[in-house]
Write a protein that binds this ligand. Structure first.
Ligand SMILES: Nc1ncnc2c1ncn2[C@@H]1O[C@H](COP(=O)(O)OP(=O)(O)O)[C@@H](O)[C@H]1O
Ligand SMILES: [Mg+2]
Length: 386
């Protein structure tokens, strides 16, 4: 197993900056996802790790080995492409065995019986035993996905790279294969990089999530950190739901006081450690739907009133949409709440649950001295001793 260390990576295609200033350590045995909207640079970053692209600048390390200029077939990575890229006219067995037939270990080819053994093992791992003689076109989408996974795993890679592996499957199969990928990843405890644009998929399978936008990693952390401590407005908006209220910093102490356009004050916490808020600085206050409560729990809770525009009963909760001035706000209340469109509603947001974010996205993060996103990572101690 290896740790992947990315140091100041940049990759352009002509005028397009596909990804830039990427600094991350993907820890050994962990599943890290690259999450973001289409075109944000996920596939580019994955292909840099695989070795299909060479960065314009920056380095890539597998443990302490610099692989930046090492060709893909010498990196020992297994890759699953978005469209599977299986050979339709070949059998399941041949599709899977193909990579092994090419592979050399210390210059030696695998023997026929060694190949046979490896293919049988991996078929068992992905639950396809018995289907080895089928042709690809005779398989369901989920089975094809398993073949693609088996083909990536059969070479016993140090790193598993998956590019939107479930995007061709229907919703039910997607959930099933998601569980399968987690099972296999944990069983082999293989360092895995998983690309997806689906935030709920990312939150549910990942040890760590890198949220990307416009080529930049906006935040890299555990699903919990990403959700409860977003570092940019983009992350707060992309992951889960949020109501945003514009304002200006009035004072900055343990809690930040933010003056909003109607003159009212909102107080909340900074999510970015060490960010130097200035008095008068324009910011956004962000609130999750579940942070707005019907009851006041502390005299210092923020009070937010508006007119209900719509309610949606979802069984476990009542989603309430309401208008505060010209802002569309949303709350998640108990399902038995008696409220309907046209009603006036007053809700309370505790100060620790209101997140105050600077404008400017990743540029703002650069104001934090030594911010990990913009500082080349040190190798972790485990790999230094390897
Ligand atoms: N081979 C290429 N040639 C030119 N532009 C590319 C190429 N690959 C990607 N791009 C551009 O780089 C950006 C990032 O693309 P990509 O990494 O494929 O995004 P994602 O996988 O997140 O959808 C996009 O603007 C895309 O158009
Ligand atoms: Mg892509």
């Amino acid at each position: 197993m290896v740790e992947i260390r990315l140091e100041n990576l940049r990759k352009t295609f002509g005028d397009v900056v596909a990804t830039d200033q990427v600094n991350m350590v993907l820890k050994e045995g962990e599943l890290s996802t690259l999450l973001g909207p289409s075109g944000c640079g996920k596939t580019t970053l994955l292909r840099l790790i695989a070795g299909f692209y060479t960065p314009d600048s920056g380095r890539i390390y597998f443990d302490d080995r610099d692989v930046t200029d090492v060709p893909p077939y010498k990196r020992n990575t297994g890759m699953c492409f978005q469209n599977y890229a299986l050979w339709p006219h070949m059998t399941v067995y041949d599709n899977i065995a193909y990579g092994l037939k090419l592979k050399r270990v210390n210059g030696m080819k695998y023997t026929k019986s060694a190949i046979n053994r490896r293919v049988r093992d991996v078929l068992e791992l992905v639950h396809l035993t018995g289907l080895e003689d089928r042709h690809i076109h005779q398989l369901s989408g989920g089975q094809q996905q398993r073949v693609a996974l088996a083909r990536a795993l059969v070479i016993e890679p140090d790193v598993l790279l998956l590019d939107e592996p479930l995007s061709n499957l229907d919703a039910k199969l997607r959930l099933e294969m998601r569980e399968e990928i987690i099972r296999i990843q944990k069983e082999l405890s293989i360092t895995t990089v998983y690309v997806t644009h689906d935030q709920s998929e990312a939150l549910s399978i990942s040890d760590k999530v890198a949220v990307m936008d416009h080529g930049y990693v906006q935040q890299f952390g555990t699903p919990r950190e990403i959700y409860s401590n977003p570092q940019t407005i983009f992350v707060a908006d992309f992951i889960g739901k949020c109501t945003f209220i514009d304002g200006k910093i009035e004072s900055a102490n343990e809690y930040l006081q933010v003056r909003i356009p109607n003159g009212q004050m909102i107080s909340g916490k900074a999510t970015i450690e060490g960010y130097p808020f200035e008095i008068g600085e324009p910011v956004k206050c962000a609130m999750r739907p579940e942070s707005l409560h019907l009851q006041r729990t502390d005299p210092r809770d923020n009070e937010i009133s508006g007119t209900v525009t719509r309610t949606i009963y979802v069984g476990s909760a009542l989603e309430v949409y309401f208008q505060v001035g010209d802002i569309q706000a949303q709350a998640m209340l108990s399902p038995d709440t008696e409220i309907s469109a046209g009603d006036t509603i007053t809700l309370y947001a505790p100060r620790p649950e209101v997140m105050v974010l600077p404008l400017g996205g990743v540029e703002a993060l650069k104001k934090v001295p030594g911010h990990p996103l913009f500082t080349a990572p040190a190798p972790s101690t485990a790999s230094t001793n390897a």
